[in-house]
Write a protein that binds this ligand. Structure first.
Ligand code: ATP
Length: 269
């Protein structure tokens, strides 16, 4: 059976409020909410809504989060898979998984499909040394066939994420495929403050104003980095047997994340 993750009832739906900053990207994705909520309205007047949307941006900037928020806002099932899951499968297995996932999503329509790390399957074809990579090429071809197989009216939106749009096979970007592009960026100071605010909500901070200092002192941090920072600060506080997270905990956690020493430890479910 397919190894894509099937829609489950999450404790709470992800919404656009969970995504801090990224205003332009949110606005572009929000246009699809209406279509997913009420596809008939668009179908009745023959309006063709794009099926394929490419989310582009550095790691940890909220591409997955935004895709989930689209499904959450529209209140439709979310099917997701990652390109990296297709790398070492046997020939034909990847293509079969793709076919099954699209089949399930069509059956559940209106629905959202999310393909993370599209570049790991969608790199330009024919560059593999010795012409290998058959399984990857078949998986890619199956994705292209599924996208081409949509009739204008099917209410399935396919989002794919990449941080390497430059290496993608141009076939993926043709009209009717991933022809709409949405860019996500590393957060600026205000967006970093907003991201810290979201993830610090359940945490006992000694002084919430400490987050302003951290936001100002973390240029180049992604949303994922900021989330890791808070978790690391909470771990520090627990090690001290403290009841609150202080500016010192936050500062130390910031340095650790900056040096890359917590990345592997603090990967969150
Ligand atoms: P990757 O390219 O590494 O898969 P991504 O762009 O898909 O990364 P996410 O997996 O969505 O990034 O982000 C990781 C986590 O970081 C999210 O679950 C979320 O908790 C946090 N995060 C990232 N960006 C934001 C944001 N803009 N607002 C709030 N939280 C964010």
């Amino acid at each position: 059976s397919g190894r894509f993750s099937k829609p489950s009832e999450p404790a709470r739906r992800t919404t656009f409020d969970d995504v801090a900053g990224q205003d332009q990207a949110k606005k572009e994705v929000a246009e699809l909410v209406e279509f997913l909520r009420e596809p008939e309205r668009f179908q009745k007047v023959g309006a063709e809504v794009p099926h394929g949307v490419l989310l582009m941006g550095p790691p940890g900037t909220g591409k997955t989060l935004l895709a989930k928020a689209l499904a959450g806002e529209a209140d439709v099932p979310f099917f997701s898979t990652s390109g990296s899951e297709f790398i070492e499968v046997f020939v034909g297995v990847g293509a079969g998984r793709v076919r099954k996932m699209f089949e399930a999503a069509r059956k559940a329509a209106p629905s959202v499909i999310f393909i993370d790390e599209l570049d790991s399957i969608g790199r330009t074809r024919g560059t593999g040394l010795g012409g290998g990579h058959d399984e990857r090429e078949q998986t890619l071809n199956q994705i292209l066939a599924e996208l081409d197989g949509f009739e204008g009216k099917e209410a399935v939106v396919v989002l794919a994420a990449t941080n390497r749009p430059d290496v993608l096979d141009p076939a993926l970007l043709r009209p009717g495929r991933f022809d709409r592009h949405v860019e996500l960026n590393l957060p600026d100071k205000d967006a970093r403050r907003a991201i810290l605010g979201i993830h610090a909500k359940p945490l006992p901070l000694a002084d919430p104003a400490d987050l302003d200092t951290i936001a100002a002192g973390t240029p180049g941090f992604s949303g994922a980095d900021l989330k890791n920072l808070l978790n690391e600060a909470a771990i520090q506080a627990a090690r001290r047997h403290a009841a609150t997270i202080t500016a010192a905990d936050l500062g130390e956690a910031r340095d650790k994340v900056m040096m890359g020493t917590v990345r592997t430890l603090a990967i969150q479910p």
